[in-house]
Design a protein around this ligand. Sequence first.
Ligand SMILES: [Zn+2]
Length: 195
Amino acid sequence: MTPGDAEPRMRGARLEVVFLDRDGTLNRDDEGYLADPDRVVLLPGAVEAVRSLNAAGIKAVVVTNQSGIGRGLITEEALSRIHERLIALLAAGGAMLDGIFVCPHRPEHGCPCRKPGTELALQAARHLGVDPSRSAMIGDLPADVALAHRLGGRAVLVLTGHGRRTDVEWADEPRPHYIANDVYDGVQWLILSQD
Ligand SMILES: [Zn+2]
């Protein structure tokens, strides 16, 4: 070890893709099911986080559970407009998403795509031609952390959204590799802890 070396166990493989949760991670999550595009408000650091991934050549992909669709509380059309708005707000700051992947199903359907199910992340990885084990997932819920572990990637819990409660109420689930103040803090840690 020479000065400047990180502890070996803190180092991770070079990242090819970072999966980002939506509500409570990129945008505010304070009203149940977000159904109105005009109410999409980015959280602090969201633009900088995605822009940093863009600059580092790491794919930035949203993976989100939206069971409000399956419950009939929000239409596919409203969801599309919400995502157009999210993309536009990020683009205004020079940040670009490489994809948005949605599970529309209700939890009781037991689909393979609802986080922590891996199907959406694996689909995204196939679509983008990246190795899902060279991934990280940043989110505010235990399902986000669990998904990262299932992919063999790095797990970052953000303390925005439900993150503070998630951190306090942690039960038996695998722990995150890092607990971040916000999504930009998480991205910076991920980029710096690569090999
Ligand atoms: Zn699903």
